[in-house]
Design a binder for this molecule. Structure first.
Ligand SMILES: Nc1ncnc2c1ncn2[C@@H]1O[C@H](COP(=O)(O)OP(=O)(O)OP(=O)(O)O)[C@@H](O)[C@H]1O
Length: 359
Protein backbone atom coordinates (compact mmCIF):
# COMPACT_ATOMS: atom_id res chain seq x y z
CA UNK A 1 0.00 0.00 0.00
CA UNK A 2 1.62 3.27 -1.00
CA UNK A 3 1.42 5.47 2.08
CA UNK A 4 4.10 7.98 1.25
CA UNK A 5 3.73 10.91 -1.11
CA UNK A 6 5.66 10.48 -4.33
CA UNK A 7 8.51 12.98 -4.75
CA UNK A 8 7.35 15.60 -2.24
CA UNK A 9 8.77 16.55 1.15
CA UNK A 10 6.55 15.30 3.96
CA UNK A 11 4.33 18.01 5.48
CA UNK A 12 2.05 15.97 7.74
CA UNK A 13 2.70 12.55 9.13
CA UNK A 14 0.35 10.39 11.20
CA UNK A 15 1.53 7.26 13.01
CA UNK A 16 -0.67 4.74 14.82
CA UNK A 17 -3.50 7.21 15.38
CA UNK A 18 -6.51 5.86 17.29
CA UNK A 19 -9.62 7.66 18.44
CA UNK A 20 -11.83 5.61 20.66
CA UNK A 21 -15.05 6.97 22.10
CA UNK A 22 -16.33 5.51 25.35
CA UNK A 23 -13.15 5.40 27.39
CA UNK A 24 -10.39 7.77 28.39
CA UNK A 25 -7.11 7.76 26.52
CA UNK A 26 -5.02 6.34 29.35
CA UNK A 27 -7.39 3.37 29.77
CA UNK A 28 -7.25 2.75 26.01
CA UNK A 29 -3.45 2.87 25.91
CA UNK A 30 -3.32 0.00 28.40
CA UNK A 31 -5.41 -2.25 26.21
CA UNK A 32 -3.38 -5.07 24.65
CA UNK A 33 -3.74 -5.78 20.91
CA UNK A 34 -6.24 -8.61 21.46
CA UNK A 35 -8.53 -6.16 23.27
CA UNK A 36 -8.44 -3.75 20.32
CA UNK A 37 -10.23 -5.89 17.78
CA UNK A 38 -13.63 -4.56 16.63
CA UNK A 39 -15.36 -7.47 18.44
CA UNK A 40 -13.52 -6.96 21.74
CA UNK A 41 -14.14 -3.23 21.63
CA UNK A 42 -17.82 -3.65 20.76
CA UNK A 43 -18.18 -5.99 23.79
CA UNK A 44 -16.87 -3.19 25.99
CA UNK A 45 -19.12 -0.63 24.26
CA UNK A 46 -16.19 1.27 22.80
CA UNK A 47 -16.38 2.95 19.38
CA UNK A 48 -13.14 2.78 17.40
CA UNK A 49 -13.86 5.82 15.23
CA UNK A 50 -10.25 5.87 13.96
CA UNK A 51 -8.24 2.68 14.18
CA UNK A 52 -4.48 2.75 13.82
CA UNK A 53 -4.29 5.32 11.00
CA UNK A 54 -0.87 5.96 9.50
CA UNK A 55 0.15 7.98 6.44
CA UNK A 56 2.28 10.80 5.20
CA UNK A 57 0.99 13.80 3.26
CA UNK A 58 3.37 15.62 0.94
CA UNK A 59 3.80 19.37 0.85
CA UNK A 60 1.31 20.81 -1.61
CA UNK A 61 -0.55 17.53 -1.95
CA UNK A 62 -4.35 17.30 -2.08
CA UNK A 63 -5.08 14.33 0.19
CA UNK A 64 -8.70 13.24 0.16
CA UNK A 65 -10.19 11.14 2.96
CA UNK A 66 -13.16 9.19 1.64
CA UNK A 67 -15.53 6.58 2.96
CA UNK A 68 -19.15 5.85 3.76
CA UNK A 69 -21.04 7.68 6.47
CA UNK A 70 -19.69 6.72 9.89
CA UNK A 71 -16.38 5.35 8.57
CA UNK A 72 -14.36 7.87 10.63
CA UNK A 73 -13.43 10.58 8.12
CA UNK A 74 -14.43 13.61 10.19
CA UNK A 75 -12.96 12.16 13.35
CA UNK A 76 -9.64 11.58 11.58
CA UNK A 77 -9.59 15.12 10.18
CA UNK A 78 -10.42 16.53 13.62
CA UNK A 79 -7.64 14.47 15.17
CA UNK A 80 -5.19 15.97 12.65
CA UNK A 81 -6.17 19.47 13.73
CA UNK A 82 -6.54 18.35 17.37
CA UNK A 83 -10.10 19.61 17.50
CA UNK A 84 -10.50 16.09 18.89
CA UNK A 85 -7.75 14.59 21.06
CA UNK A 86 -6.59 11.26 19.62
CA UNK A 87 -6.56 8.38 22.11
CA UNK A 88 -3.14 7.29 20.89
CA UNK A 89 -0.57 7.96 18.18
CA UNK A 90 1.67 10.66 16.79
CA UNK A 91 0.79 13.52 14.42
CA UNK A 92 3.69 15.51 13.05
CA UNK A 93 3.51 18.82 11.20
CA UNK A 94 6.89 19.45 9.58
CA UNK A 95 8.34 16.95 12.01
CA UNK A 96 6.85 18.59 15.11
CA UNK A 97 4.55 16.42 17.22
CA UNK A 98 1.44 18.54 17.66
CA UNK A 99 0.05 16.24 20.34
CA UNK A 100 2.75 17.49 22.69
CA UNK A 101 1.93 21.17 22.08
CA UNK A 102 0.44 23.21 24.91
CA UNK A 103 -2.75 25.20 24.39
CA UNK A 104 -1.09 28.47 23.36
CA UNK A 105 1.32 27.12 20.72
CA UNK A 106 -1.49 24.91 19.39
CA UNK A 107 -3.81 27.92 19.08
CA UNK A 108 -1.02 29.86 17.33
CA UNK A 109 -0.40 26.96 14.91
CA UNK A 110 -4.11 26.84 14.08
CA UNK A 111 -4.40 30.60 13.70
CA UNK A 112 -1.29 31.17 11.61
CA UNK A 113 -0.76 28.01 9.62
CA UNK A 114 -4.11 26.23 9.29
CA UNK A 115 -7.29 27.13 7.43
CA UNK A 116 -10.48 25.16 7.95
CA UNK A 117 -13.80 24.89 6.12
CA UNK A 118 -16.70 22.81 7.41
CA UNK A 119 -20.06 21.81 5.97
CA UNK A 120 -21.93 23.79 8.59
CA UNK A 121 -19.75 26.55 9.83
CA UNK A 122 -20.97 29.66 11.50
CA UNK A 123 -20.48 32.91 9.65
CA UNK A 124 -20.79 35.87 11.96
CA UNK A 125 -24.38 37.03 11.32
CA UNK A 126 -23.74 40.67 12.23
CA UNK A 127 -20.73 41.06 9.98
CA UNK A 128 -20.83 41.61 6.25
CA UNK A 129 -19.02 39.43 3.70
CA UNK A 130 -15.93 41.62 4.08
CA UNK A 131 -16.24 41.66 7.86
CA UNK A 132 -16.40 37.87 7.97
CA UNK A 133 -13.44 37.35 5.65
CA UNK A 134 -11.38 39.96 7.52
CA UNK A 135 -12.20 38.50 10.93
CA UNK A 136 -9.22 36.08 11.26
CA UNK A 137 -6.86 38.87 10.19
CA UNK A 138 -8.26 41.24 12.79
CA UNK A 139 -7.84 38.47 15.37
CA UNK A 140 -4.17 38.38 14.38
CA UNK A 141 -3.92 42.09 15.15
CA UNK A 142 -3.94 43.42 11.57
CA UNK A 143 -5.42 46.93 11.41
CA UNK A 144 -8.92 47.18 10.04
CA UNK A 145 -8.08 48.94 6.76
CA UNK A 146 -5.42 46.43 5.76
CA UNK A 147 -7.61 43.52 6.80
CA UNK A 148 -10.48 44.89 4.76
CA UNK A 149 -8.27 45.42 1.70
CA UNK A 150 -7.12 41.80 1.90
CA UNK A 151 -10.73 40.67 2.41
CA UNK A 152 -11.73 42.58 -0.70
CA UNK A 153 -9.06 40.73 -2.73
CA UNK A 154 -10.28 37.38 -1.42
CA UNK A 155 -13.93 38.22 -2.07
CA UNK A 156 -12.91 38.77 -5.68
CA UNK A 157 -10.93 35.51 -5.78
CA UNK A 158 -13.99 33.48 -4.73
CA UNK A 159 -16.38 35.36 -7.00
CA UNK A 160 -18.18 37.56 -4.48
CA UNK A 161 -17.38 40.93 -6.00
CA UNK A 162 -20.45 43.15 -5.74
CA UNK A 163 -21.69 41.35 -2.63
CA UNK A 164 -19.03 42.58 -0.20
CA UNK A 165 -21.48 44.46 2.00
CA UNK A 166 -24.16 41.82 2.27
CA UNK A 167 -24.85 39.98 5.51
CA UNK A 168 -24.83 36.15 5.64
CA UNK A 169 -28.64 35.99 5.80
CA UNK A 170 -28.73 37.81 2.43
CA UNK A 171 -26.58 35.15 0.71
CA UNK A 172 -27.41 31.76 -0.85
CA UNK A 173 -25.88 28.59 0.60
CA UNK A 174 -23.24 28.51 -2.15
CA UNK A 175 -22.34 32.15 -1.59
CA UNK A 176 -22.04 31.57 2.15
CA UNK A 177 -19.73 28.66 1.44
CA UNK A 178 -17.61 30.97 -0.73
CA UNK A 179 -17.32 33.35 2.21
CA UNK A 180 -16.19 30.41 4.34
CA UNK A 181 -13.56 29.46 1.76
CA UNK A 182 -12.31 33.03 1.52
CA UNK A 183 -12.22 33.37 5.30
CA UNK A 184 -10.27 30.13 5.65
CA UNK A 185 -7.69 31.47 3.19
CA UNK A 186 -7.41 34.95 4.73
CA UNK A 187 -4.30 34.14 6.72
CA UNK A 188 -2.74 32.36 3.75
CA UNK A 189 -2.52 29.00 5.55
CA UNK A 190 0.01 26.32 4.66
CA UNK A 191 -2.43 23.58 5.71
CA UNK A 192 -5.99 23.66 4.45
CA UNK A 193 -8.60 21.35 6.01
CA UNK A 194 -12.00 20.95 4.36
CA UNK A 195 -14.65 18.67 5.85
CA UNK A 196 -17.49 17.92 3.40
CA UNK A 197 -17.55 21.61 2.50
CA UNK A 198 -19.94 21.24 -0.44
CA UNK A 199 -22.20 18.36 0.67
CA UNK A 200 -25.23 20.55 1.32
CA UNK A 201 -25.06 22.27 -2.08
CA UNK A 202 -26.77 21.38 -5.31
CA UNK A 203 -24.68 19.66 -7.99
CA UNK A 204 -24.05 22.66 -10.26
CA UNK A 205 -22.86 24.93 -7.46
CA UNK A 206 -20.88 22.07 -6.09
CA UNK A 207 -19.06 21.56 -9.40
CA UNK A 208 -18.41 25.30 -9.51
CA UNK A 209 -16.85 25.33 -6.08
CA UNK A 210 -14.80 22.21 -6.82
CA UNK A 211 -13.39 24.03 -9.83
CA UNK A 212 -12.72 26.98 -7.53
CA UNK A 213 -10.74 24.79 -5.14
CA UNK A 214 -8.74 23.37 -8.05
CA UNK A 215 -7.99 26.86 -9.31
CA UNK A 216 -6.97 28.11 -5.86
CA UNK A 217 -4.74 25.08 -5.48
CA UNK A 218 -3.07 25.68 -8.84
CA UNK A 219 -2.45 29.35 -8.04
CA UNK A 220 -1.12 28.79 -4.57
CA UNK A 221 -0.07 25.28 -3.74
CA UNK A 222 -0.94 24.32 -0.19
CA UNK A 223 -1.19 21.06 1.65
CA UNK A 224 -4.88 20.23 1.52
CA UNK A 225 -6.82 17.58 3.41
CA UNK A 226 -10.32 17.20 2.02
CA UNK A 227 -13.01 14.94 3.49
CA UNK A 228 -15.82 13.74 1.27
CA UNK A 229 -18.09 10.74 0.82
CA UNK A 230 -18.44 11.60 -2.87
CA UNK A 231 -16.16 9.53 -5.11
CA UNK A 232 -16.62 11.88 -8.04
CA UNK A 233 -15.43 14.81 -5.93
CA UNK A 234 -12.49 12.76 -4.66
CA UNK A 235 -11.37 11.84 -8.18
CA UNK A 236 -11.68 15.39 -9.37
CA UNK A 237 -9.63 16.91 -6.57
CA UNK A 238 -7.24 14.32 -5.20
CA UNK A 239 -3.59 13.64 -5.73
CA UNK A 240 -4.17 10.66 -3.45
CA UNK A 241 -7.22 9.25 -1.73
CA UNK A 242 -7.36 7.43 1.61
CA UNK A 243 -10.35 5.10 1.74
CA UNK A 244 -11.76 4.43 5.21
CA UNK A 245 -13.93 1.53 6.30
CA UNK A 246 -15.11 1.17 9.92
CA UNK A 247 -12.38 3.43 11.28
CA UNK A 248 -9.54 1.83 9.32
CA UNK A 249 -7.77 3.18 6.27
CA UNK A 250 -8.01 0.27 3.86
CA UNK A 251 -6.13 1.79 0.93
CA UNK A 252 -4.23 4.94 0.06
CA UNK A 253 -3.51 5.62 -3.58
CA UNK A 254 -3.95 7.87 -6.56
CA UNK A 255 -7.41 7.64 -8.14
CA UNK A 256 -5.78 5.57 -10.88
CA UNK A 257 -4.26 3.13 -8.38
CA UNK A 258 -7.57 2.69 -6.58
CA UNK A 259 -9.43 1.97 -9.79
CA UNK A 260 -6.85 -0.25 -11.46
CA UNK A 261 -5.55 -1.99 -8.33
CA UNK A 262 -8.20 -1.95 -5.57
CA UNK A 263 -6.70 -3.49 -2.42
CA UNK A 264 -9.95 -4.96 -1.05
CA UNK A 265 -13.41 -5.91 -2.24
CA UNK A 266 -14.75 -2.87 -0.41
CA UNK A 267 -12.54 -0.55 -2.48
CA UNK A 268 -13.37 -2.52 -5.63
CA UNK A 269 -17.08 -2.00 -5.02
CA UNK A 270 -16.51 1.65 -4.21
CA UNK A 271 -14.74 2.41 -7.49
CA UNK A 272 -16.57 -0.07 -9.71
CA UNK A 273 -18.51 2.58 -11.61
CA UNK A 274 -15.61 4.92 -12.36
CA UNK A 275 -14.92 5.01 -16.12
CA UNK A 276 -11.27 3.94 -16.44
CA UNK A 277 -10.51 6.75 -18.91
CA UNK A 278 -11.25 9.29 -16.16
CA UNK A 279 -8.39 8.12 -13.98
CA UNK A 280 -5.86 6.28 -16.16
CA UNK A 281 -3.09 8.61 -17.19
CA UNK A 282 -1.24 8.65 -20.47
CA UNK A 283 1.99 7.79 -18.63
CA UNK A 284 0.54 4.43 -17.62
CA UNK A 285 -0.33 3.36 -21.16
CA UNK A 286 2.49 4.82 -23.23
CA UNK A 287 5.51 3.02 -24.59
CA UNK A 288 8.60 4.90 -23.37
CA UNK A 289 10.69 6.52 -26.08
CA UNK A 290 13.25 9.25 -26.04
CA UNK A 291 12.60 10.61 -29.47
CA UNK A 292 9.54 12.56 -30.43
CA UNK A 293 7.03 10.37 -32.23
CA UNK A 294 5.00 11.78 -35.08
CA UNK A 295 1.45 12.74 -34.25
CA UNK A 296 -0.42 15.02 -31.88
CA UNK A 297 1.34 15.85 -28.66
CA UNK A 298 -0.24 14.90 -25.32
CA UNK A 299 0.89 15.34 -21.74
CA UNK A 300 2.04 12.23 -19.86
CA UNK A 301 0.08 13.48 -16.86
CA UNK A 302 -3.24 13.89 -18.69
CA UNK A 303 -6.00 11.35 -18.21
CA UNK A 304 -7.18 9.42 -21.25
CA UNK A 305 -10.57 11.17 -20.99
CA UNK A 306 -8.89 14.58 -21.11
CA UNK A 307 -7.23 13.79 -24.43
CA UNK A 308 -10.21 11.95 -25.94
CA UNK A 309 -10.69 14.42 -28.83
CA UNK A 310 -7.06 13.99 -29.90
CA UNK A 311 -7.29 10.20 -29.70
CA UNK A 312 -10.39 10.17 -31.83
CA UNK A 313 -9.05 12.64 -34.40
CA UNK A 314 -5.66 10.97 -34.72
CA UNK A 315 -4.93 8.22 -37.23
CA UNK A 316 -1.80 6.82 -35.57
CA UNK A 317 0.17 7.00 -32.31
CA UNK A 318 0.36 10.14 -30.21
CA UNK A 319 3.57 11.77 -29.00
CA UNK A 320 3.81 11.95 -25.20
CA UNK A 321 5.58 14.86 -23.48
CA UNK A 322 6.61 15.21 -19.85
CA UNK A 323 5.89 18.28 -17.69
CA UNK A 324 8.86 20.09 -19.22
CA UNK A 325 7.71 19.42 -22.76
CA UNK A 326 10.32 16.71 -23.48
CA UNK A 327 9.25 13.65 -25.48
CA UNK A 328 9.04 10.61 -23.21
CA UNK A 329 6.98 8.11 -25.12
CA UNK A 330 4.35 7.27 -27.63
CA UNK A 331 0.72 6.33 -27.05
CA UNK A 332 -0.76 3.63 -29.22
CA UNK A 333 -4.12 4.83 -30.52
CA UNK A 334 -5.72 1.38 -30.31
CA UNK A 335 -4.79 1.02 -26.64
CA UNK A 336 -6.08 4.51 -25.90
CA UNK A 337 -9.35 3.81 -27.73
CA UNK A 338 -9.86 0.56 -25.79
CA UNK A 339 -9.45 2.45 -22.54
CA UNK A 340 -11.84 5.15 -23.69
CA UNK A 341 -14.44 2.55 -24.51
CA UNK A 342 -13.99 0.48 -21.33
CA UNK A 343 -16.75 0.71 -18.75
CA UNK A 344 -14.88 -1.14 -16.06
CA UNK A 345 -11.25 -1.28 -15.20
CA UNK A 346 -11.04 -4.88 -14.31
CA UNK A 347 -9.68 -6.41 -16.41
CA UNK A 348 -8.06 -3.70 -18.52
CA UNK A 349 -4.77 -4.41 -20.29
CA UNK A 350 -2.97 -1.66 -18.40
CA UNK A 351 -0.08 -3.76 -17.15
CA UNK A 352 1.05 -4.79 -20.63
CA UNK A 353 1.28 -1.20 -21.72
CA UNK A 354 2.46 0.48 -18.56
CA UNK A 355 5.55 2.54 -19.18
CA UNK A 356 8.14 3.48 -16.58
CA UNK A 357 6.72 6.97 -16.23
CA UNK A 358 3.79 5.89 -14.05
CA UNK A 359 3.19 8.33 -11.18
N1 LIG B 1 -18.59 12.13 20.16
C1 LIG B 1 -18.80 10.87 19.81
N2 LIG B 1 -19.15 9.93 20.71
C2 LIG B 1 -19.34 8.66 20.36
N3 LIG B 1 -19.20 8.18 19.10
C3 LIG B 1 -18.87 9.07 18.16
C4 LIG B 1 -18.64 10.45 18.44
N4 LIG B 1 -18.30 11.09 17.29
C5 LIG B 1 -18.32 10.15 16.33
N5 LIG B 1 -18.66 8.95 16.84
C6 LIG B 1 -18.75 7.67 16.09
O1 LIG B 1 -17.53 7.48 15.42
C7 LIG B 1 -17.73 6.89 14.13
C8 LIG B 1 -17.09 7.78 13.06
O2 LIG B 1 -17.79 9.03 13.00
P1 LIG B 1 -17.37 10.17 11.97
O3 LIG B 1 -18.28 11.32 12.22
O4 LIG B 1 -15.92 10.40 12.04
O5 LIG B 1 -17.72 9.47 10.57
P2 LIG B 1 -17.77 10.11 9.11
O6 LIG B 1 -17.13 9.12 8.21
O7 LIG B 1 -17.20 11.48 9.14
O8 LIG B 1 -19.33 10.15 8.87
P3 LIG B 1 -20.25 11.21 8.04
O9 LIG B 1 -19.84 11.07 6.59
O10 LIG B 1 -21.63 10.72 8.30
O11 LIG B 1 -19.96 12.57 8.60
C9 LIG B 1 -19.22 6.74 13.98
O12 LIG B 1 -19.58 5.43 14.35
C10 LIG B 1 -19.80 7.72 14.99
O13 LIG B 1 -21.06 7.30 15.45
Amino acid sequence: MPDTPASRPVAISAEGVWKVFGTDASAFRNRPPEARTPEAMARDRLVGAVRDAGFQIGRGEVFVIMGLSGSGKSTLLRCLTRLIEPSEGRILFDGQDILSLGEKPLAALRRKRMGMVFQHFALLPNRTVLGNIAFPLEMQGMDRDRAEARARELAEVVGLTGREHRFPAELSGGQQQRVGIARSLATDPEFWFLDEPFSALDPLIRADLQAEVQRLQREHTRTTIFVTHDLDEAIRLADRVAIMESGRIVQIGTPEELVTRPATDYVRRFVAKVPPARVIRVASLMTPAHEAAAGEQVSADATIAEIAPKIVAQGGPLCVLDARGRPVGSLDRQVALQTLAAVSCIPVPVAEHRGDQAR
